[in-house]
Ligand binder design. Structure first.
Ligand code: AMP
Ligand code: ZN
Length: 279
């Protein structure tokens, strides 16, 4: 089967599964990488109402290249782009914020770069998507990312952490929480790479220089030894066990005392990380 037909039909399958409507306002979280760029390109091609959202993390030249790629993409597609400049909004670039958190004493030093960055990005995305009154945030997570996360959570002995996985965040509905959708949930990473290269989309193919999460890298290496069928079977297992995992989920949601974002505890994950720096 032609690659573009394969990729686009897998995306359509996901969009149908999450009941996405052509009139829904969608904010695509654009990193500048191949995955989120492909999400914006295909959603736009299929006639969905999208805008772009980019967090400029200020990680030197890498962030400059990412911002440039995202600006070019949105220009080419003729869509709005909202940029969140982390230095302006939070007072420092991601490297500074992250090392401040890691060097704090409360045991947070154990936290991996990507874990800290991920928490901050998710919080910013939700806050900004709500401000912009969008119905969904679309991210570029692909089949390989999802299979990696599912396996990592099993190996950590914490399947409960997978409770918000799936093509749509199956979180408790809350007026302050903007659901996230993953149009590439059934698309292999290699297929996304080839698709974006064939279309010559403006993409930064290098990995973030701070992505040093050795555990995920190890799992990725293992997954890359598997066939497409075996990778898909991991997600099939996820679908089968999901109803049981969902029951383990913490259903209580409150609002963070500091920033007002939806949170499972008094302080949301982002504010508790930031508070380490202040102590
Ligand atoms: P990551 O957490 O880097 O694996 O990225 C997962 C998804 O989050 C990407 O596919 C994007 O949709 C989104 N994302 C990552 N980095 C950014 C960023 N700097 N700005 C906006 N969205 C991002
Ligand atoms: Zn907070």
């Amino acid at each position: 089967m032609k690659l573009s037909i394969k990729v686009e039909s897998q995306i359509k399958k996901t969009l149908k599964q999450v009941h996405l409507k052509k009139t829904d306002k969608i904010l695509v979280a654009l990193s500048g990488g191949k995955d989120s760029t492909t999400v914006a390109y295909t959603l736009h091609k299929l006639g969905y109402k999208i805008s772009g959202f980019h967090i400029d993390l200020k990680i030197g030249k890498y962030s400059e290249d990412c911002r440039e790629a995202v600006e070019k993409l949105c220009d080419d597609l003729g869509i709005n782009l909202y940029i969140y400049d982390i230095k302006k909004e939070m007072g420092a670039g991601m490297c500074y914020l992250r090392s401040g958190i890691q060097s704090a004493s409360c045991g947070a030093g154990q936290l991996k770069n990507c874990a800290i960055c991920g928490v901050l990005k998710k919080s910013i995305m939700n806050q900004q998507a709500r401000k912009l009154k969008t119905k969904y945030v679309a991210t570029g997570h692909n089949l390989d990312d999802e299979a990696q996360t599912f396996l990592m959570n099993i190996m950590k002995g914490a399947p409960k952490l997978s409770a918000n996985s799936g093509p749509i965040t199956k979180n408790i509905s809350d007026k302050k929480f903007v659901p996230r959708i993953k149009p590439l949930f059934y698309v292999l990473e290699d297929d996304v790479r080839e698709y974006s290269q064939k279309l010559n989309l403006p993409v930064v193919y290098e990995k973030c220089p701070c992505a040093l999460d050795s555990y995920r890298i190890q799992i990725r290496k293992f997954l890359n030894t598997l066939s497409e069928k075996q990778k898909r079977n991991i997600l099939k297992n996820f679908d089968l066990v999901y109803p049981r995992i969902e029951k383990l989920k913490d259903l209580k949601l409150q609002y963070c005392e500091s920033c007002g974002e939806p949170s499972r505890n008094k302080l949301c994950k982002k504010c508790s990380l930031i508070s380490f720096m202040r102590n």
